[in-house]
Design a protein around this ligand. Structure first.
Ligand SMILES: *Cc1c(COP(=O)(O)O)cnc(C)c1O
Length: 390
């Protein structure tokens, strides 16, 4: 008989098969998978047979979420990443190299801006920023070195929307691929692939996870595009973790319910603040006052617009900085899309390096606040915001 250590390792490594399938996806907390022959391993690595060899490449818990996201985003395949930024990085580098240029929204997500303007600039990849509200202006900005158009369904914090169908159609004629960061809409409110985008990325940290407790990302699209992005991700170590994938699967099952509530509450809060003199402006794509209300109604599901809005305080920058310290129901924190409402002041946080003129060029103002409407009772949020602004 083998020694104790050998038996313990064998005995504790036996994986039970359950004749009754579990109702939720198990967490496959393993870094590696037993393969039969060297041929079996090669077949898995070359996608000739389905299977797993190493969790940095794939894992059954990841695969369950990847399949679900591919289906819900109307793509063929998906690949999970450690964070939304790992998805952004993998997607961009699967399209561009040294000497190429990326067109991105003027109000692009701060992390994406940091990647483009820091890391990728050093590698000889240039970025130019355009307001995405006018599809003709985006297409007119395509230059000789442009190899990728990066869009966000709803930009941050301005809530400026991009007409994904119009831009994707024009870009296709010019042979330029389009990638959409669909984080703010979630797969429930918009499916950019069906509007002509080549690839979609998500920060699952946000609405899909939905509980402010994970960081995770995904790249979704056709098989070849996703494999190209996966190649970047697995070789740069941006892989997801099984526990995070499990929690995002749990979140995905209630995504529709939560988005319905986020959207209804945000509309109620937006309407109330629009009528309050402490607020000079509310930007929310679900409001008739939004410059792209018609686009929002067309591009987003059922007249909903999610939970993200921007509000501007009549009293300006100092009042906005005070507002985030005074809220009692909402929380002053970065991130978004959790059950709790979150507020932040871009001019003193994410955009603190911007002068007032730079802010204006990106569509922001010094008194603007970014608000992620959570799942609380909307009347409590309205009272909280009115009080904090007074
Ligand atoms: C949060 C966010 C990201 C980055 O996601 P992480 O999970 O924080 O890495 C990218 N794009 C948008 C629009 C986001 O809101």
């Amino acid at each position: 008989m083998s020694g104790f250590a050998t038996r313990a390792i064998k005995a504790a490594g036996r994986v039970p098969a359950s004749p009754q399938p579990p109702v939720t996806v198990p967490i496959y907390q393993t870094s590696t998978f037993e393969v039969g022959s060297t041929q079996d391993l090669e077949d898995i690595l070359e996608f000739r047979v389905p299977g797993h060899s190493y969790t940095r490449y794939s894992n059954p818990t990841h695969a369950a979420l990847e399949d679900a996201l591919a289906e819900l985003e109307e793509g063929e395949a998906a690949h999970l990443t450690a964070s939304g930024m790992a998805a952004v990085h993998g997607a961009i580098l699967s399209f561009v190299g040294s000497g190429d240029e990326v067109l991105a929204p003027a109000a692009v997500y701060g992390g994406t801006y940091g990647l483009l303007n820091g890391v990728l600039r050093r590698l000889g990849i240039a970025a130019r920023y355009v307001r995405t509200g006018d599809p003709e202006a985006v297409l007119a900005a395509i230059g000789p070195a442009t190899r990728l158009i990066w869009l966000e369904t709803i930009a941050n914090p301005t809530t400026e929307m991009a007409d994904l169908g119009a831009i994707a159609a024009g870009a296709r004629e010019r042979g330029i691929p389009v990638v959409v960061d669909n984080t703010f809409a979630s797969p429930y409110l918009c499916n950019p692939l069906s509007l002509g985008a080549d690839l979609v990325v998500h920060s699952l940290t946000k609405y899909v996870g939905g509980h402010s407790d994970i960081t995770l990302g995904a790249i979704v699209g056709g098989v070849a595009r996703v494999r190209a992005a996966r190649e970047v991700v697995i070789n740069s170590g941006g892989n997801a973790q099984p526990l995070e994938a499990f929690l995002a699967l749990r979140g995905l099952r209630t995504l529709a319910l939560r988005m319905d509530r986020h959207s209804a509450s945000a509309l109620a809060v937006g309407e109330a603040l629009e009528a309050d003199p402490s607020f000079s402006r509310v930007w929310y794509p679900g409001l008739a006052s939004h410059p792209q209300a018609a686009l929002a109604a067309r591009e987003l599901r059922g007249g909903m617009a999610g939970g993200m809005m921007a509000v501007e305080l009549t009293a300006g920058r100092e009042a906005a900085a005070r507002f985030v310290e005074r809220v009692q129901v909402a929380v002053h924190a970065t991130s978004l899309a959790g059950p709790e409402s979150l507020v932040s002041h871009p001019a003193s946080s994410s955009h603190r390096q911007f002068s007032d003129a730079d802010l204006a060029a990106a569509g922001l103002s010094p008194g603007m606040l970014r608000v992620s409407i959570g799942l609380e009772d909307p009347e409590d949020l309205i009272a909280d915001f009115v009080e904090a602004a007074a």
